[in-house]
Design a protein around this ligand. Structure first.
Ligand SMILES: [Zn+2]
Length: 104
């Protein structure tokens, strides 16, 4: 009877020791992984809106919420955007003219 009790106690001690070691290992592993994740956030990759190339955030240029790999691509993108806005305005003007014609 005593032998069985001792075996049970030994088994319980081993079980909890193993559990504690496992938890310590997990915490140690998390501590080791965390700094690497921090590095990833520091070197976040962004995409150039003009050529779709990925580059580190610190090397990229930011303009109105868009990222660019170079000032050249930023200028091209913004120039094209302005043209698109102009075209939209021209279409709006045309539609307005059509309405006026109908009203006449
Ligand atoms: Zn680019």
């Amino acid at each position: 009877m005593n032998l069985l009790l001792i075996r049970l106690i030994i088994f319980a001690v081993l079980f909890f020791a193993g559990l504690k070691l496992y938890r310590m290992y997990r915490e140690w592993k998390l501590d080791r992984d965390d700094p690497q994740q921090g590095d990833d956030q520091g070197n976040r990759m962004v995409r150039c809106s003009w050529c779709q190339v990925h580059l580190p955030e610190e090397d990229a240029l930011r303009e109105r919420g868009d990222w660019f790999c170079s000032s050249d691509h930023r200028d091209k993108y913004l120039a094209e955007r302005k043209e698109e806005q102009k075209e939209e305005k021209q279409e709006e003007n045309k539609q307005g003219e059509n309405k006026q014609e109908k009203d006449d």
